[in-house]
Every structure is written in structure tokens, then in C-alpha cells.
Design a protein. Structure first.
Length: 659
């Protein structure tokens, strides 16, 4: 064994010393590592800034100090949120001479009024970083506070005050806080513009979560499309029940009335509100909130709801003598349900600053106890209603047990026998089970030939398709069923379509869409993604669908060569790897033109390739945006596509010029 680590004769190095140790002060950590605070710099992270400020105003409303919030998006990507609450404190801070409390809140991490629970019994802000992070990541922030019948203002840029707090004079008829900011394009880049429809849905969903607040939405007319109004007022006395009613629409449900209610937790520990329905046909959607904050990954409050509903249905089954009910699981109860749960608790704990998942242990117990009594009454007060719901859940239980039995049956037939049930043009892999296997969907026989030679025969299967498949978003069900390409694809995957789609029966772990790196290839990939989104949503939701990233160019200079995905990547390589060198550029006309070794190295070998996973958002509002976009761009109404092209032509032209 070598003892060099402890050998005093080993050479020393001065490259790592005290001068290498950085101490980031103020808001500098936020600008250096925004992902630690808002989860990244993509579109979702950008809109997280809006949520942070709106949540502060919602905390004022929930605490009983505000009843109106205004959300305004102006030209220049400026977002302004105004409430009529108490207003941020503006008096001098006792620990920081020369600074107002407002400046401390805006420029120092972990500062705020939500740590001890004296200013807010329940709140979404916990760590004192929300509005300071917004300030750090904005090129221009302006705060106005109307407090004590006086108006104050202070401006900041990238977290730094531009001037001290100003007192603007009396304002006898106004109170509250106005936060106006422009996200920093240096941080967010191409994702740096707010989406009006996304903000509109965010504002509306917040109004559903607290019946006592009115939220006013405004947007500059030149920023909106046909799907978003320029002005709207949201106030929903029924809370989540109103939200569920809108979401269900005219769909028939197992029970005529949804299961809705609210209940305070004991000892002034908070409260829960829920709205649940079981449509007869639905993919289901789930919306979880804590202190008005969306928690798309669920958490302990969701676990409490699962326990309450599952135990309630089992007990009702026992009450009416249905012994099978003892086998009901939460999966049976939740699958296909439209479920909304909002809890308010003191000092909630989340898994991260982005608050995707609630981890407070007491939330499970509080929620289960609050919901269980109401659910027992919902089932037993109207026995016909209870039996109808139990019948639906038992049907789903039977389907689950049947699928489980099918999975447990060993595949005893030989691989050749299995292939008899598969489309003839599929070149299957050798492995019998789905673990570690991949199906590459490629365009045409030429690309299919290269892919077959480049593949790993043990784990990679190849299915060539003939050009552009049917656009299922604008086709009738009969036309879809009659299409041979779609029939072959469905047969190869083995998981069924639409209501019969079962991701557990999928024959491959990964489905890889591998098309040419050009416009036609992108069109084919779009048609395939539309097919999976509409006909097999479960395999998308479970993360089985991927997009291959084949290169468009091969760059060579002397003995150095590299592949570029697109023009932007090519320019980047020419400016870095090939800087100052004469570069020969070869453009691939398609996958079929690449020799098998090139295709394997760049696109198919797990050790050297890169792929994009196609997923569906967790939150209902975001999933609804995806559905709207697919319907508009791929649906039966060409005028919607024309409107989209008109609205986005300018940005596409700019992108083309930049390229």
C-alpha cells in the first residue's frame, strides 16, 4: 500500500491556499448559483419569481390583512404585483444602522417576518429568501410601500440599492406593497420573457385557494394572444369546489356530487380544504398546495389524503358486506380521480427552496383526521352514492390485479415465437424483458439499415417508419385505427392505446424517436410526439419517450474532428475547439448517409450519445397549457396555427437572423 499521503518527502503544492477560498456576500450567491434558489434558469424558474412575489401578497391575505391583489404584465417584461395589506416595514432596522427594514428584506438572504410566526400564523415563505432572490435576479426592481398614510419608494438593480429609501409624501387612501421587477436577461437568456397565459393561470389558481381574496389581472394588449384576456377579476367564494367544477365541466362522474369540504385542524394548527371527483373516464389530475404554494410532487399532506380515502372505502365495503374492498389500495382510489387538496399549517417543511414536496410529518396526521370523518359521512349518508363510488373503485382494483397477474406470468415462449406477434419490419432485440431495452423509431429503410448495423443487438430494437405518420390530433378514431404505420407501432410497443394504454405492458424501457437533424425530421418527431401524447399518455408521463440528438455537421481540422447538433453548436465549436483553424465542414443529409460507426458513436451508444427525455408537467395548469398548445398547433383548425405563426413570426425571424 502506498503511503504517499503521509510522506513528508512528497512534493507540496501552493495552488490551493487561503486565497482560493471565496466568501460570497449579500446576494452574490444567488446570482452565481440561481439553481440553488429557484431550481434553474429555464422558463419554469423564471415564473417561480412571479410566484414568490404573489405568494407574499397571498400570505397577507390569508393572515387577514389584505383582500385584493393586482397582477400586471407590461411591455418591457415588467411584472408588477400590488396588494392592499399592511405594507413592508420601512422603519430603521435595529441591527443594521442606516438601513430600513425594507432594504434589509430586499438585500439580505434569510430576512423576513415569517420565522417566529408572530407576523404570520401560516405562510408560504419560510427561509426569508423569496423577494430578495427576485431582487437579485432582476435588472430593475422598484418597491412602493403605502404605510401609515405615507408613501415610500426604493429602487434596486441586480440586488443593489440605487438610492436610499425615499419618502414621497402622504397617501391617505392607499395602503399595502407594490413590487415591480424586470428579470435579468443575463440570468435567464432565451427563457427570460414572461408568458401571459402562464401568469394568468397562476393568478386564477391562487384565487381558488383562498375564497377571501380578489385577484385582478391586467396585461398590455400587445403582449396577449387569443387565449388570454387583457383584464380579468378572480374571486371564487366556493374555493376549490369552484375550481373542480370548472375542471370537470360536463363529464359524467361516479357520484352526482363531488366530495368537497374544509376542516380546521385541532389546536389552531391550521386547516385543510379539498375537492375530489371521480369521472367515469379520465386520465386523472392532482393538485396539492400548502399555504397556497403548489407542491406538484405531493408530500405528507397527500399521504394523509390517500390514507383517509383508502381506509374510508375499505370501511364502507365492510359495512355493506363487500369483502373484496379489503384489497383496495390508494392506487385504485386515486387513478383517474380529479383531486385537489389545500392545507394551511404552521412552520411547514419542504424538501427544497422551490417547495415541490411537503415533508412536515404532522401534515399527514392532521389531513387524514380532517378528511376521514367527512368522507365516511359522504359515503354512508347516501348509500346509493357510496355503492356507486365503491363499485367504480372495485372495477379499477380488478383491473390492477389483472395487470399484476399478467406481469407475474413468466415469458416462457422462445424469442422467435414472441416475434411472430410483432410487425415484420421490426428488428427486435435479443432480451426478453423490457429492462434496459430501447426501441429506436427511425425514418425510412436507409436510416433503418444504418441503425441496424450500429445497434447493440442485445438491447436495441429498430422500427423503420415510412416518412410522416398520420397526424392523430386532426384524425378521426376510425382513421387512426385503420392506419398501418400506427398499427405497427402499437403492436411493437405492446401497451395498448387510449383507455387501454397500460405503461406496465410496454415492451421496451426507452422509446427513442430518431429522425434526421433537419426540418423534415423535426416535423416527423413532432407527429410522433403528438401520437404518444394523445394515444399513449402514460408512457410519456412515466418518462419512457426520448428524442435522439443526431448531428447535422461533422467538423474536421487536421487530426481533430467533432460533431455539431445544429448551426449554433457549430459556431460554438468553431469559436472554441477549432479557434483560428481552417475547418472542413461536412453536412449530413440524413441518418442514412452516416456510416454505422458514426451513427453509433454520436447517437446510439449510451456511453457517448445525448438524448432529450419527453415528459409531461406535474401541475394541472402546466399540463393544460401543453394540451392547449398541441390542440392549437396540431389540431383540426388551421386558423389556430396561422394565428400562432403570425404571433411568433417576428421572434422566429430574429432567431434566423441570429443563426
Amino acid at each position: 500500500m502506498s503511503h504517499d499521503l503521509f510522506d513528508s518527502s512528497a512534493p507540496a503544492t501552493d495552488s490551493y491556499n487561503a486565497s482560493q477560498i471565496e466568501v460570497l456576500e449579500g446576494l452574490e450567491p444567488v446570482r452565481r448559483r440561481p439553481g440553488m434558489y429557484i431550481g434553474g434558469t429555464d422558463e419554469r424558474a423564471l415564473h417561480h419569481l412571479a410566484a414568490e412575489v404573489i405568494d407574499n401578497s397571498m400570505d397577507e391575505a390569508v393572515a387577514g390583512h389584505a383582500n385584493r391583489i393586482e397582477v400586471t404584465l407590461d411591455v418591457g417584461n415588467r411584472l408588477t404585483i400590488v396588494d392592499n395589506g399592511r405594507g413592508m416595514p420601512v422603519d430603521p432596522h435595529p441591527k443594521f444602522p442606516g438601513k430600513s427594514a425594507l432594504e434589509v428584506i430586499l438585500t439580505m438572504l434569510h430576512s423576513g417576518g415569517k420565522f417566529e410566526g408572530k407576523a404570520y400564523a401560516t405562510s408560504g415563505g419560510l427561509h426569508g429568501v423569496g423577494v430578495s432572490v427576485v431582487n437579485a435576479l432582476s435588472v430593475d426592481t422598484e418597491i412602493e410601500v403605502a404605510r401609515g398614510k405615507q408613501l415610500y419608494r426604493q429602487r434596486f438593480s441586480r440586488g443593489t440599492p440605487l438610492a436610499p429609501l425615499e419618502e414621497l409624501g402622504p397617501t391617505p387612501n392607499r395602503r399595502g406593497t407594490s413590487v415591480s421587477f424586470v428579470p435579468d436577461p443575463e440570468i435567464f437568456g432565451e427563457h427570460g420573457r414572461f408568458k401571459p397565459q402562464r401568469l394568468y393561470r397562476m393568478a386564477r389558481s391562487k384565487a381558488y385557494l383562498f375564497a377571501g381574496v380578489e385577484i385582478r389581472w391586467k396585461c398590455a394588449p400587445e403582449l396577449i394572444g387569443d387565449d388570454t384576456p387583457a383584464e380579468a377579476v378572480f374571486q371564487f367564494p366556493g374555493g376549490l369546489a369552484d375550481h373542480l367544477k370548472e375542471q370537470i365541466g360536463t363529464r359524467e362522474c361516479a357520484t352526482a356530487e363531488p366530495f368537497v369540504g374544509r376542516q380546521d385542524f385541532p389546536g389552531d394548527q391550521g386547516r385543510a380544504e379539498w375537492a375530489i371527483a371521480w369521472p367515469l373516464w379520465s386520465d386523472g389530475s392532482y393538485s396539492w398546495y400548502c399555504n397556497t404554494i403548489p407542491t406538484p410532487a405531493g408530500g405528507t399532506h397527500e399521504a394523509g389524503l390517500r390514507a383517509a380515502l383508502t381506509k374510508g372505502l375499505r370501511a364502507f365495503g365492510e359495512l355493506i358486506g363487500q369483502k373484496k374492498a379489503a384489497q383496495i389500495t390508494a392506487e385504485d382510489v386515486f387513478n383517474g380521480g380529479e383531486m385537489m387538496l389545500s392545507v394551511f399549517i404552521r412552520d411547514p417543511q419542504f424538501q427544497s427552496q422551490t417547495k415541490d414536496r411537503l415533508s412536515s410529518p404532522e401534515a399527514a396526521r392532521f389531513t387524514e383526521n380532517a378528511v376521514r370523518d367527512h368522507f365516511d359521512h359522504f359515503l354512508s349518508d347516501n348509500m346509493d352514492r357510496g355503492r356507486a363510488l365503491l363499485g367504480l373503485i372495485l372495477e379499477r382494483m380488478d383491473e390492477r390485479l389483472k395487470r399484476k397477474a399478467e406481469r407475474e406470468v413468466k415469458r416462457k415462449t422462445a424469442t422467435s415465437a414472441r416475434k411472430l406477434r410483432l410487425p415484420g419490419k421490426l428488428t427486435d432485440c435479443a432480451n426478453d424483458g423490457p429492462e434496459g431495452t430501447e426501441l429506436f423509431i427511425v425514418e425510412g429503410d436507409s436510416a433503418g439499415g444504418s441503425a441496424k448495423q450500429a445497434r447493440d443487438r442485445k438491447t436495441q430494437a429498430i422500427l423503420p417508419i415510412r416518412g410522416k405518420i398520420l397526424n392523430v390530433a386532426s384524425a378521426s378514431a376510425d382513421k387512426i385505427r385503420a392506419n398501418q404505420e400506427i398499427a405497427d407501432l402499437a403492436l411493437a410497443l405492446g401497451c395498448g392505446m387510449r383507455k387501454d394504454c397500460d405503461a406496465d405492458r410496454l415492451r421496451y424501457e426507452k422509446i427513442v424517436i430518431m429522425t434526421d437533424a433537419d426540418v423534415d425530421g423535426a416535423h416527423i418527431a413532432t407527429l410522433l410526439m403528438t401520437f404518444f401524447f394523445q394515444e399513449m399518455p402514460d408512457i410519456v408521463r412515466n418518462g419512457h419517450v426520448y428524442l435522439a440528438q443526431p448531428p447535422l455537421y461533422r467538423l474536421t481540422a487536421g487530426s481533430t474532428s467533432a460533431y455539431a447538433r445544429d448551426d449554433e453548436h457549430r459556431a460554438e465549436l468553431e469559436a472554441t475547439l477549432f479557434k483560428g483553424k481552417k475547418v472542413e465542414v461536412g453536412r449530413f443529409k440524413g441518418l442514412g448517409e452516416m456510416n454505422p460507426n458514426q451513427l453509433k458513436e454520436t447517437t446510439m451508444d449510451p456511453a457517448t450519445r445525448s438524448m432529450l427525455r419527453v415528459t409531461l408537467p406535474q401541475e394541472y395548469e402546466e399540463r393544460h397549457l401543453v394540451k392547449d398548445l398541441v390542440d392549437r398547433l396540431m389540431g383540426k383548425h388551421p386558423e389556430h396555427r396561422f394565428q400562432f405563426i403570425q404571433a411568433n413570426a417576428a421572434s422566429l425571424d430574429e432567431a434566423a437572423i441570429d443563426a
